[in-house]
Design a protein around this ligand. Structure first.
Ligand code: UDP
Ligand code: MG
Length: 318
């Protein structure tokens, strides 16, 4: 969607959880970049149920800058939920989501907005992990992207964090996906639209420690796998087919004894017992697989994702 440079309204959405150490510093750095741009900015800081002085810090920042809109969630719902709250509430022609710990460089915002003005709907940044020294986080992240891309129909580029600019129509498309288990990286890839990838060098956190505990990382991976892939449901079906193949192989094996007249070498009862085990196992697994397929269909229906999304390309003045 082509947008006009004049009067462009940009909303910046920042989820923060226990970030009182960094939020002030981050906001100052953000303003240094955006205040040089000729657009109208608003800042939506989503306090994801912080238990530290983050809410107070946000309140004092609002007093200094009225463009900051603080939103407080009733408890810690998690990064993806906080981002979703921001996307739902943010008004503007463009919405940029980024972390509040300084790891997503605000200096990239001018370039991201240029690309949006050129007609891109999704400007997705990609962290260049190769530059990072080996670490647990880098290793699990690499493994995660390989897994999700192997089993899901939606491609998610490695290192694509929740740092991106979205046009209004892309935001509205995301808002039309009311699913509960949210994996925004997958959802943004799923909606399509004109997308461009912008690589960046990873930064250190300004201060404090990661708010993504191991448990939260695991939950995000679960949400990604189970809401973007039905592959686990097909395991039963595949196992059933495998057992049927084994049963067929066993039949050929037993027959070979009959053909060569060596039936005396076969243990009594082994053939029939083995055959029954394999066939019954295969049948059970296949049936479980069929149920899996139905559950998969039900699952896709209850997610209530739109069947299609329409892209507006012409500048229709709206
Ligand atoms: N965050 C959040 N809720 C959470 C965990 C994290 O809103 O439950 C925020 C956090 O304050 C930060 C962003 O999400 O602005 C990314 O989290 P973090 O920097 O801790 O993750 P990492 O960079 O280590 O993956
Ligand atoms: Mg971080």
């Amino acid at each position: 969607m082509i947008m006009k440079k004049k009067n462009l309204r940009v909303a910046i959405v920042v989820p923060v959880y226990n970030e009182s150490e960094v939020v002030r510093q981050f906001f100052t750095r953000l303003l240094k970049t955006v205040d040089q741009l000729p657009y109208t900015f608003s800042f939506y800081f989503i306090d994801d149920g912080s238990s530290d002085p983050t809410p107070g810090t946000l309140a004092s920042l609002v007093k200094k800058d009225r463009r900051l809109v603080p939103i407080t969630l009733s408890r810690n719902f998690g990064h993806q939920a906080a981002l979703s709250a921001g996307l739902d509430l943010a008004a503007g022609d463009v919405v940029i989501t980024m972390d509040g710990d300084g790891q997503h460089p605000p200096e990239m915002i001018p370039q991201m907005l240029d690309l949006i003005l050129q007609g891109y709907d999704v400007v997705q940044t990609q962290r260049m992990d190769q530059a990072l020294p080996p670490s647990f986080k880098k290793w699990t992240s690499g493994l995660f992207y390989r897994l999700i891309n192997a089993i899901s129909g939606t491609h998610v580029l490695p290192g694509t964090a929740d740092f991106r600019a979205l046009s209004r129509q892309a935001v509205d498309a995301l808002k039309s996906m009311p699913e509960y288990h949210r994996f925004l990286r997958g959802m943004v890839s799923w909606i399509g639209f004109k997308t461009i990838i912008l690589p960046y060098e990873p930064r250190e956190r300004l201060s404090g420690t990661s708010k993504y505990s191991l448990g939260k990382m695991f939950r995000l991976a679960m949400d990604a796998v189970f809401s973007f892939s039905l592959a686990p449901l097909y395991i039963g079906l595949s196992l059933g087919l495998l057992l049927f193949c084994l049963a067929a192989m066993e039949m050929v094996y037993v027959l070979s004894f009959w053909i060569t007249g060596q039936t005396s070498n076969l243990a009594r009862g082994w053939s029939s017992l083995m055959f029954v085990i394999l066939i019954v196992g295969g049948m059970l697994m296949a049936l479980l697989g069929f149920i899996g397929v139905y559950v998969g269909y039900i699952f896709q229906e209850v997610k209530k994702r739109p069947v299609y999304l329409i892209r507006k390309d012409e500048d229709d003045g709206g």
